[in-house]
Design a protein around this ligand. Structure first.
Ligand code: SF4
Ligand code: SF4
Length: 406
């Protein structure tokens, strides 16, 4: 089944489907017990033809982690070492040519892997840790805003990509699951620059889809497998410390990141209409986002009906976002980041990452936000190791106005 055609590559995305349906596998998994997790992941992927369907003998495999920052695994923000070790063991049945990594937002990868509890395990497994810096250009000639992206070469230079997202809500993109995890193809702080180019969540969702289209082109003759760790995730103002750790007890797997994300938002009981990233991907036919065209294997949606994630605070509709392109209106109507001085360690991470550089240091060494210039990307909140940046209350005028216009 052909989903999408590029000018130069006749077919860049062929998703294996059964009776014209995209496949998503749901598997209950309540703990990070190694044997349990390994068996459950194996069972999940068996529904998709098994790891052997994706990995041929001695293939090069890249395992794309979620290491957004240096957070301990219990928080549910980053890849859990047990989950990743289980995948490594299963992949090793086919190849030892495995590279692993991510592009953390601020700190270097080794530091982040250590803090995330992954480093020792990776050394024990004798897996190559990737070097994100060497880059290559990937292109999407049908992009809406941006056709070219500089991404980490090693992530593209592989036969098989195993994308391992966490199940998380996200202040800017509403949810951060399989498709959003691939924003990590872009090296470290370079990611921040894209927030300046795409200033609100709608533009950012279009841009992430431009990138995703480019990744699909780059992987047109290769395999992608997405395995989401939803055993413990993040709800509320995710994807980092400002969110709340939430147990969901699920593994979600699919070849199609778009289908996986579509089913995930359903499972966590949130509003798909506010998940622009996924809606746009479906509109552009980068994958299947129509529930009627997705077949669920393994456990069924009804097995997870008690899961309800808190949404990020005050998500905005696409109509409202179009109105809020006017800077002055944004400041009158929208919440803004607030630094809780008592929690602040003065580490400077928020200042380093702030894409439009509107954070500065005051005489006491504390970060200060220029509210007027702030684009509300929430990167500062995402990287703060102390949860020392929160959202202000939405101004009364904003509450009235945005309620009316939603
Ligand atoms: S202050 Fe925070 S939310 Fe505002 S632009 Fe900077 S990083 Fe983004
Ligand atoms: S607010 Fe957070 S990220 Fe910013 S300096 Fe303080 S502790 Fe560091």
């Amino acid at each position: 089944m052909i989903y999408y055609q590029n000018y130069t590559i006749s077919v860049f995305y062929i998703c294996e489907r059964e009776n014209n349906m995209s496949k998503v596998v749901l598997t209950k998994c309540d703990s990070y017990d190694f044997i349990t997790v390994k068996n459950k992941i194996k069972k999940s992927i068996d529904h998709l033809g098994g790891f052997g369907h994706f990995i041929k003998k001695n293939n090069k495999v890249f395992i794309k982690l979620n290491c957004v920052g240096p957070f301990s695994p219990e928080l549910g923000i980053t890849s859990h070492p047990i989950f990743i070790q289980a995948i490594i063991k299963l992949v090793k049945e086919y190849t030892n040519n495995i590279t692993i990594g991510d592009n953390p937002a601020t700190k270097d990868l080794i530091y982040t892997l250590k803090k995330c509890g992954l480093y020792k395990m990776i050394l024990e497994e004798n897996i190559k840790i990737f070097n994100g810096k060497p880059s290559c250009e990937i292109t999407n000639k049908k992009a809406k805003y941006f056709q070219c992206f500089q991404v980490s070469k090693e992530m593209v230079d592989t036969d098989v990509l195993i994308n391992v997202p966490k199940l998380k809500t996200h202040s800017l993109t509403y949810m951060s699951i399989a498709q959003k995890n691939l924003f990590g193809f872009i090296y470290g702080l370079d990611k921040a620059g894209w927030h300046v180019k795409a200033k609100n969540s709608l533009q950012f969702a279009e841009t992430l889809n431009d990138l995703y289209g480019a990744i699909l082109v780059a992987f047109s003759n290769k395999k992608i497998l997405n395995i989401c760790d939803g055993i413990v995730g993040i709800e509320g103002d995710g994807p980092s410390r400002a969110g709340l750790t939430k147990k969901a007890g699920i593994i979600i797997a699919s070849e199609d990141a778009v289908s996986l994300d579509r089913i995930a938002v359903e499972i966590v009981g949130l509003n798909h209409n506010l998940f622009f990233l996924n809606k746009i991907a479906n509109e552009r036919s980068y994958g299947e986002g129509n529930l009627n065209n997705i077949v669920i294997l393994g456990n069924q949606l009804s097995d997870f009906k008690n899961i309800q994630f808190k949404a990020p605070q005050n998500p905005l509709s696409s109509f409202t976002l179009k109105l809020l392109k006017i800077k002055r209106l944004r400041n009158i109507l929208l919440e803004h980041p607030v630094v809780v001085n008592d929690f602040c360690l003065q580490c400077g991470e928020c200042i380093n990452i702030c894409p439009p550089k509107v954070l500065s240091v005051n005489a006491e060494g504390l970060p200060v936000i220029n509210k007027t210039q702030c684009i509300r990307c929430w990167c500062c909140m995402e990287v703060c190791p102390q949860n020392a940046i929160t959202k202000s209350k939405r101004p009364i005028l904003g509450k009235i106005f945005l309620k009316h216009f939603k």
